[in-house]
Design a protein around this ligand. Structure first.
Ligand SMILES: C[S@@+](CC[C@H](N)C(=O)[O-])C[C@H]1O[C@@H](n2cnc3c(N)ncnc32)[C@H](O)[C@@H]1O
Length: 322
C-alpha cells in the first residue's frame, strides 16, 4: 500500500461534496426508486450519485474490495470481513510511522477482540484497547487461543457512556450496529481523536428501530430474525445496542442533512435499509456531513469511513495537519 499522505488526504477530502449526493439519494428514495429486486436501480443510483466519492477514495487508498455479488445480498453481506481487512491495511499505512509515548488506539464494539489483536500485531508501538459491553466473547477467545499480545487489552465498556480519560490517536471499528456507530463517532469527537477509521453496519437499528419493511429476499429474512433478537435487547434496556440518546429525533445528525430530511424520513429510510444501499448511504452521508461539521475531513465508500481531524498537530507528525 502506498505511504499515507495526509496532505493528499486533506486536499482530496476537503473538496468532497456529501450534501448534493445526499440530496440526490433522498430524491431517489422519495420517488420509490430503491430496494428493487434485481438491484439495478440501486447499482445505477450509487454509481451516478456516489461515483465521485468512490473515485476520490481510490485516488488515496488502493485495494478496496471488489464484490461480484449483487448489492444487499446475503452472500455479499457475509463477505463484509473483506472490508475489515481493507480497514486494517489503510489504518496501518496511516499510523505505522507514529512514534512517541502513550500511543493508544481504541476499538469499540470489539466483540472477541480478533480485529484488535491483528491491529496490535501490525502496530506494535501502539496500545490497542478493545472495548465492548459484553466481555464474554473476549474471555472465551482468550481462553481458546491461550495467547495474548503485550500491546492489547480488553475493557468492558458501554460506548454510550465511555471512559473519556483516554487520549487515543485513533478510533477504529469493524461494524458497530446501528447507533453504536454514532456512539463511537461521538466518543471520537469528545476525546478529539485525530483519526476515525471504521465500518458502519445494521443501519436499520438507528432511531431505536427494529422494524424492517418486508421484502421477499434472503437478506430480509435473515435480518428479520436478527431484529427479533434486537427487539428483546431494546425491551431489556440494559444498554445493549440501543440508547435514549439516539431516538428518532437524534436523526439526521448533521445540520446539513436536517435541511434535506426530517426524523420521520430517516426512520422510514432505516426501516428500508436492509435491502437498500441507497438507504444505507443516506444514513452514512449524514454521518460524513456531521463529522465535517465537527472539524474532520472525511472520505467514504460503501459503509467505510476514513476521517482525519483538520488543524491537528501531533508530536513528530506536524505534516499531518491540514
Ligand atoms: C454484532 S457485533 C458487531 C459486528 C458487526 N455486526 C459486523 O458487521 O461484523 C456488535 C458488538 O457490539 C457490542 N455492543 C452492544 N451494545 C454495546 C454498547 N452499548 N457498548 C459497547 N458495545 C456494545 C455487542 O456486545 C457486540 O459484541
Amino acid at each position: 500500500m502506498d505511504p499515507f499522505s495526509s496532505k493528499v488526504f486533506h486536499d482530496v477530502g476537503s473538496g468532497l461534496d456529501f450534501r448534493e449526493a445526499l440530496g440526490n439519494l433522498l430524491n431517489e428514495f422519495r420517488l420509490g426508486r430503491f430496494a428493487d429486486g434485481d438491484r439495478s436501480l440501486e447499482e445505477a443510483a450509487i454509481k451516478t450519485h456516489l461515483g465521485h466519492l468512490t473515485r476520490a477514495w481510490d485516488s488515496v487508498f488502493a485495494d478496496f474490495p471488489v464484490y461480484k455479488e449483487k448489492r444487499r445480498t446475503l452472500l455479499r453481506f457475509f463477505k463484509r470481513e473483506r472490508k475489515d481487512a481493507h480497514i486494517r491495511s489503510i489504518a496501518t499505512a496511516a499510523l505505522k510511522d507514529f512514534d512517541g509515548e502513550n500511543l493508544v488506539i481504541v476499538n469499540p464494539a470489539a466483540v472477541e477482540g480478533r480485529q484488535a489483536r491483528r491491529l496490535a500485531e501490525s502496530l506494535p508501538q501502539f496500545e490497542i484497547i478493545g472495548t465492548d459491553i459484553d466481555a464474554r466473547w473476549e474471555t472465551l477467545y482468550r481462553l481458546l487461543t491461550c495467547g495474548d499480545q503485550q500491546n492489547f487489552r480488553f475493557v468492558r465498556e458501554n460506548i454510550y457512556d465511555p471512559d473519556l480519560g483516554r487520549k487515543p490517536v485513533a478510533i477504529i471499528f469493524f461494524g458497530a450496529c446501528g447507533s453504536l456507530s454514532d456512539g463511537a463517532i461521538d466518543y471520537g469527537i469528545q476525546v478529539a481523536a485525530p483519526f476515525l477509521i471504521f465500518r458502519t453496519c445494521c443501519h436499520e437499528n438507528i432511531c431505536r428501530n427494529t422494524g424492517i419493511v418486508k421484502k421477499r429476499t434472503m437478506i430480509n429474512r435473515y435480518f428479520a430474525m436478527k431484529n427479533w433478537q434486537f427487539a428483546r435487547y431494546r425491551r431489556r434496556d440494559e444498554g445493549f445496542y440501543f440508547s435514549g440518546k439516539f431516538n428518532p429525533d437524534a436523526y439526521p445528525r448533521s445540520e446539513a442533512a436536517r435541511e434535506l430530511g426530517d426524523p420521520q424520513t430517516y426512520l422510514q429510510v432505516a426501516r428500508n435499509a436492509v435491502d437498500s444501499d441507497i438507504c444505507i448511504a443516506i444514513i452514512d452521508l449524514d454521518r460524513a456531513l456531521y463529522l465535517q461539521e465537527q472539524g474532520y475531513n472525511v472520505m467514504y465508500r460503501d459503509e467505510v469511513f476514513f476521517a482525519l481531524k483538520r488543524n491537528v498537530d501531533l508530536p513528530g507528525r506536524e505534516h499531518l495537519s491540514a
